[in-house]
Design a protein around this ligand. Structure first.
Ligand SMILES: Cc1ncc(COP(=O)(O)O)c(C=O)c1O
Length: 402
């Protein structure tokens, strides 16, 4: 695709470049778990390339699905193009980045951690708040590295000779604070930085252009967008992608091709979905802010969440994730979740319908008590319903809430 291609057009066409040649219009799904071999030697050479993290480039056979799958490869190509769209547009080397897709977001994040330990680095610096699963994985030190949890302005002093990774999430989950990615990269002083871009999506934020080494997604969320497929993806430089593919081949975390198909099918509508949900979220936030039973609304740009003025530059818009703090604490949060009728009480985010959940009790349950979100906080993932219908549901539910 031309480097001037807009994000919207790229979202529609990326990863579909060979479809005309193949004589198909919809994305093909290759479900083979094994692939016919031409002969032992060429099959063995293809195996060698893939098991050591190389890219399958039409070798004689894909050998075995845990090593590689063409449906997954097409999705990876699309994700790499979307996360580097602005790099390409500004004349940078977008081709230097590759995507590696996994069965879940946590599998993708785990692979990044393992790759750094494999590189001989046994220390990670992380800024809280993070998604509860990421926090749990880091705090458990399961992957064999010590972790220092620090404030965003303490990264430089926490980094030492053994530090292999700096981990951040912006907007932060669930309080939606924005971190200055450029400043974090410069504080890291050459140590690779990993940004979880699940909330922002490449529609609103492309961290690779700011010097980040690993962008990760729970593709289960906005990327797929319909709440019916799980997946994870890392977009990084070729050197790191080789390590990540090798880890994936050995540990068996490859994305399932049927999920790859569904996640890829979500991409053409990604910009439309994110921008529509964001427009609704902006209106809903204004209304939520007038409600006496809600003591605080968290949304990028509100309540000191953007001290560095990153909204409109680093992140093009506030997104569609909101958090509210209920004046009546946990009991009121419990009541509101029960009283909503159209809004679904469920974890996860980025689906077509609006979801609400209690981070301290659910997504952030494993987080240490000193870092756990407050008991009155609820997180809302705004969907694609009509704004007035959503407000009506919240109005009705709040009227019955303590
Ligand atoms: C921001 C964020 N990152 C990572 C994950 C983990 O992704 P998955 O559930 O696909 O493993 C989640 C899941 O909720 C998330 O919200």
């Amino acid at each position: 695709m031309d480097s001037n291609t807009s994000f919207q057009t790229l979202a529609v066409h990326a990863g579909r470049e060979d479809l005309t040649e193949l004589g198909v219009h919809a994305l093909p799904i290759d479900l083979s778990t094994t692939a016919p071999l031409v002969d032992i030697d060429s099959g063995g050479q293809a195996y060698e390339v893939m098991a050591t993290g190389g890219v399958y480039k039409g070798q004689s056979s894909t050998v075995y699905r845990r090593l590689w799958n063409t449906t997954v490869g097409r999705f990876e190509s699309a994700m790499a193009q979307l996360e580097t769209q602005r790099i390409a547009q500004t004349g940078g080397d977008a081709e230097a980045f590759q995507a590696v897709a996994y069965a879940t977001g946590m599998a993708a994040i785990s692979a990044v951690f393992l790759s750094r330990v494999k590189a001989g680095k046994d220390h990670v610096v992380a800024v809280r708040p993070l998604y509860g699963g990421t926090d749990h994985l880091l705090a458990s030190e399961l992957f064999g590295a010590k972790v220092s949890f620090v404030e965003a302005d303490q990264i430089a002093s926490a980094v030492n000779g053994s530090t292999g990774l700096v981990v951040v999430e912006t907007p932060a989950n669930p309080t939606l604070q924005l971190l200055d990615i450029g400043d974090i990269v410069s504080q890291a002083g050459g140590v690779p930085v990993m940004v979880d871009n699940t909330f922002a999506t490449p529609v609103l934020q492309q961290p690779l252009e700011l010097g980040v080494t690993f962008v990760v997604h729970s593709a289960t969320k906005y990327i797929g967008g319909h709440g019916d497929a799980m997946g994870g993806v890392v977009i990084t430089t070729e050197e790191h992608a080789i390590e990540l593919r090798q880890i994936r081949a050995i540990t068996g975390g490859l994305l399932d091709p049927q999920s790859a198909f569904l996640l890829h099918r979500g991409l053409p509508t990604l910009p439309l979905r994110v921008l529509a949900a964001q427009a609704t979220a902006i209106e809903l936030v204004k209304w939520l802010g007038t409600q006496s039973k809600i003591s605080k609304v968290y949304f990028p740009g509100l309540n000191g969440s953007d001290p560095n003025g990153l909204l409109g530059t680093q992140m093009l818009g506030p997104g569609a994730m909101i958090a509210i703090d209920m004046a009546g604490g946990f009991a009121a949060a419990q009541d509101l979740c029960r009283n909503l009728s159209m809004v679904t009480h469920a974890v996860s985010l980025g689906s077509t319908d609006t979801l609400i959940q209690h981070p301290a009790g659910l997504t952030h349950r494993p987080v240490a008590s000193e870092a756990k979100p407050g008991q009155g906080i609820l997180r809302i993932s705004v969907g694609l319903e009509d704004t007035q219908d959503l407000i009506a549901d919240f109005e009705n539910a709040l009227s019955k809430t303590t």
